[in-house]
Unconditional design. Structure first.
Length: 302
């Protein structure tokens, strides 16, 4: 039996449907990513699976335990790191670790080997109050507290939000290390580039999964021809591109615009002339390979 099984999970807040029948399974030792924007339903799903919130309907099991009937057993075998830093900010790094260890009748000394690879980054600051740590250090402390009782399943709800790029890279390196130890990891993120670091991902929008597959397979299923577009006036370029009949879709993408084209009517030279007539200069149009974000935008549009 897979360590995470969810079937037709639904949850509403008044008239707002946060989850609209979510079903998926995660294999042992897999890093499974839930990828989507804020408000898509990621945190609600995590709270249900970690026994902190009841679903309106559907069922879920963690390591064979039912999230409703066996919630006490599940809380002994999972680690949960919420999106917002929720440790005791007035306690020191060491005091926070010891507190969470005692909740599970263990100690930092006894289980140091479990968190050593992560904790050694913050150990030099073990006497510092948690509230005085940097974002990356808080992240490592929260992960250490979630791991101190050696969970078999780890829930990480947007763990890298607001963290600098170097700390994000270090964090994903740590996740690969935990995966190698056989820990099953469910992680959510609004960052599309982190999808490629997962074994499989589910793209979520407005409480529904748009697709579940490996990042490579999701990209390979993209059936549109995609180009990047640049000019001297990027905000105006995006508006003008959306008004051209040869352009099927246009989205801002970092310092460029990504467009999908109508293959039958698109002609690079003609589009460049049209854009020049609209006042654009330094126009660069070129074909590119799609990314996970391109796939997400196309699926969400459908």
């Amino acid at each position: 039996m897979n360590p995470i099984i969810a079937k037709d999970i639904k949850r509403s807040y008044g008239k707002v449907e946060a989850l609209k029948g979510i079903s998926f399974e995660v294999s042992k030792g897999e890093i499974f990513g839930i990828i989507g924007p804020d408000g898509a339903g990621k945190t609600t799903l995590f709270r249900i699976l970690s026994t902190l919130l009841l679903a309106d309907s559907g069922e879920a099991k963690i390591d064979g335990f039912d999230v409703i009937k066996d919630y006490k057993a599940i809380r002994q075998i999972v680690g949960y790191m919420p999106g917002r830093f929720s440790l005791y900010q007035d306690l020191s790094v060491e005091e926070n670790i010891n507190f969470f260890a005692k909740l599970f009748n263990t100690s930092l000394k006894e289980n140091y080997y479990l968190v050593e690879e992560i904790y050694r980054h913050i150990e030099p600051f073990k006497k510092r109050r948690a509230g005085a740590l940097s974002g990356g250090m808080k992240q490592k402390l929260a992960l250490s507290c979630a791991l101190i009782h050696k969970p078999s399943v780890l829930f990480l709800d947007e763990p890298t939000t607001g963290v600098d790029p170097v700390s994000r890279k270090e964090f994903w390196h740590m996740l690969k290390m935990l995966k190698a130890q056989g820990i099953t990891i469910l992680v959510s993120t609004p960052y599309m580039d982190e999808a490629s670091l997962c074994n499989r991902v589910a793209l979520i929008q407005e409480g529904s999964f748009l697709d579940i597959d490996t990042p490579e397979n999701i990209v390979n299923k993209f059936d549109q021809e995609i180009w990047s577009a640049n000019s001297n006036n990027m905000p105006k370029l995006l508006i003008d591109l959306r008004n051209l009949k040869e352009i099927k879709s246009a989205f801002a993408f970092g310092d460029t615009n990504h467009i999908t084209i109508d293959k039958e009517t698109f002609n690079k030279e003609i589009i460049e002339e049209k854009l020049k007539s609209l006042g654009h200069k330094d126009i660069i149009l070129k074909g590119i390979k799609p990314t996970i974000e391109d796939c997400f935008m196309e699926l969400a549009k459908k």
